[in-house]
Design a protein around this ligand. Structure first.
Ligand code: UTP
Length: 407
């Protein structure tokens, strides 16, 4: 991009200060800043003051295929799922573009060693879980891994170095998600240095459009994939491409599915799969009224009982229809490192600005139907968000041990 075009673009968004130090930069820095400007989606700035959470519809509870029902039908579901996997119809998508700030680990979260007496990386736990399915189905499941500009190099080198943890390299493909600028509370883009804006991964909601931009739809089509199982990097007990889950969704005729767990208590801070204006949706814990939180159904279960664990099955057909839909923008207050007027990089102790993110959970509301599929929490849900306490390295280690994993 030429300086003139960059300057015009920035002026349009009231961000001319991004080029304030341009004349002081080396040729290399100049070109890197112009490239960064060219690649950045400034239209996210238009969402300021227009947060996604402002406009929600009317909620109703949505039941689930319960753990008891899954057990009764396990054989039938598993068989349908295995058939789909053998026919190459199911693939998995690992969302690993996040920054994992809460964990405070300076490498990609998947590179965290959760082992105690041996090395056992988070990525390795996930691959081991997927290998269980590969063995069961006697077929490789294509695995697509989303990274961000910030962690792509580390992630891909790590997989190579570790020999893909025994997975078949031919079935693993990486793609990079987009970045969004961070702004201060007055809406001005924060700078990381004189030649670089403060950018962060733009949330996990853009995974399918990033996949499409990376040219991976051709690969998906060539392989005959019809279903994508999307999951988070941090749940070390995650069952990936779970045949029973895939089979249950296919047999239900729903165009998507979400794995859920029964809420531990009415106040648990988890998003709940429900209906919004008659369509599947996720209501966040802070969006629920007291009445929603504490109402029970005829079976004595919480009406809004089923919390999502970021493990969804989407059909390619539907994803292609919604790929160009505008996703709601979530604007979060965060602590964002920035360069002050003296050119010093400051790491703030308090939130100092906003980051822009779209979220995969908003895709659920773009589906006509979603099968809510309950799983046993202690078997399938051990998220590593923090160092200790709730959803932490400590709690995940306990759960791994409980499930027979040697640490
Ligand atoms: P989280 O919401 O836990 O975010 O991500 P995070 O960035 O990993 O962690 P914190 O909040 O900074 O501590 C849920 C899943 O979505 C992925 C993460 O890698 C994780 O698997 N994700 C998140 C992306 O792939 N891209 C993003 O931009 C954000």
């Amino acid at each position: 991009m030429e300086y003139k075009n960059a300057s015009e673009l920035l002026s349009k968004y009231n961000q001319a200060h991004v080029l304030e130090y341009y004349n002081e930069l080396t040729e290399e820095e100049k070109s890197s800043l112009l490239t960064q400007i060219e690649r950045t989606d400034f239209s996210v700035l238009e969402s300021l003051g227009n947060d996604a959470e402002a406009e929600r519809g009317s909620f109703e509870p949505l039941g689930a295929v319960t753990v008891e029902e899954v057990e009764k039908n396990r054989e039938k579901y598993t068989q349908a799922g295995i058939e789909a996997i053998r026919a190459g119809k199911a693939a998995a998508v690992l969302l690993a573009g996040g920054q994992g700030t809460r964990l405070g680990f300076d490498k990609p979260k998947g590179m965290f060693n959760i082992g105690q007496t041996r090395e056992l990386y988070i990525f390795e736990c996930l691959i081991n879980n997927l290998l269980d399915v590969v063995k069961q189905a006697d077929a490789w499941v294509p695995l697509y891994i989303m990274t961000s500009e910030k962690n792509h190099e580390d992630t891909t080198s790590f997989f190579k170095e570790k020999n893909y943890f025994g997975y078949n390299e031919e079935y693993v493909k990486f793609f990079i998600q987009d970045m969004a600028p961070s702004v201060d509370f007055s809406g001005k883009i924060l700078m990381e240095s004189k030649s670089s804006m403060s950018l962060s991964p733009n949330g996990n909601g853009g995974w399918f459009s990033s996949m499409a931009r990376a040219g991976l739809l051709e690969d998906i089509k060539a392989k005959g994939v019809e279903w994508l199982n999307v999951f988070a990097v941090d749940n070390v007990l995650q069952r990936i491409a779970d045949p029973a889950f895939i089979g249950a969704v296919i047999l239900s005729g729903c165009e998507s599915g979400g794995k859920v767990v029964s809420k531990a208590d009415p106040d648990e801070r988890v998003g709940v799969l429900c209906l919004e204006d008659g369509k599947p949706s996720i209501v966040e814990y802070y969006e629920m009224t007291d009445e929603m939180r504490t109402s029970y159904d005829a079976d004595g279960r919480l009406s809004y009982n089923y919390g999502v664990i970021l493990n969804y099955l989407f059909s390619i057909d539907r994803l292609e229809k919604i790929v160009n839909n505008k996703m709601p923008m979530h604007i979060a207050k965060k602590k964002i490192p920035y360069m002050d007027e003296n050119g010093t990089l400051i790491t703030p102790d308090e939130p100092n600005g906003y980051k822009f993110e779209t979220l995969v959970l908003d895709m659920v509301h773009m589906q006509e139907s979603c099968l809510s599929y309950e799983v046993v929490r202690n078997r399938e849900f051990a998220p590593v968000k923090n160092k200790e306490g709730v959803d932490s390295v400590v709690s995940a280690r306990e759960l791994l041990k409980e499930n027979g994993v040697i640490l």
